[in-house]
Write a protein that binds this ligand. Sequence first.
Ligand SMILES: [Fe+2]
Ligand SMILES: [Fe+2]
Length: 288
Amino acid sequence: MTRDLFARRFTARLPADIPRDWLPSSPAIAALLNTYTVLVPANEAFYMRTINACLPRIADPALRATAIAFIHQEAEHGVAHKRYWRNLDRQGYRFRTFERWVDKLTFRAIERIAPLSLRVSMVSCVEHVNAYFAHEFLSQRILEGAHPEVRALVEWHFAEEIEHKRVSFDVMQAVTPSYAVRFAGLAMTLPLFYGLMTFGMMRFLLQDKRLFRWSIWRQFLDHLGPRNHMLLRTLKHMIAYARPSFHPSQLDDAALAEAVIDRYSSRAQNWLEPANRGRAAAKQPLAA
Ligand SMILES: [Fe+2]
Ligand SMILES: [Fe+2]
């Protein structure tokens, strides 16, 4: 049985002494996920504005309610990742100008020039990327050995990406069922997402004075190849999305997400609580 979709707040304290090397096994993945943390607030605010603009066009009340719960979950993700920005500041990283320019030149610019149908298609595609990132990182336990609070921040977020992965796809189908629009969203989103993530990762590694170290790239190549097979797995997930018959529910990994949510809600850690702002939309069932 699928759980109800509702927003949770990430309440773990993020200690001031979290080190730059919060994932000792792979500084490159840490740099990649630092970039994710920097991009999440503006990126997910773009999803929220887009899905919000779609609400009047959704006829099914259950899907509309689920879309509202989705917006509340994404809002909490933005708040939690932005909290970690203070840690990035303390660690001596510079990223705020980069973040402002990305927001201005990508999300705000897209909003001005692209029609809603294309915007929701882009959101659906990037949510698929979020969901397969989540699937791979959680199922392969890639963050084992990471600093516990940072691991919890990322893994809680990933678990909720799996939990709500069908919502933006279903909203896109309700607003614009055209395959051509879905494919256009795919073609625009993937280069943008991977371009920004790679550029951001390189900026963090440069600030670490590690950009030109072979050992760092060797670890990252292991992540793409023999250790985590991320290159092939990513291609497989992208091809799946391009199939006309694709639906996010075809990969059933709800139990993976539930296990992570249960771990971080347990008495031992207790780092998640229902979010107040989600109260009105809480306990809305996922649309079938
Ligand atoms: Fe999110
Ligand atoms: Fe999401």
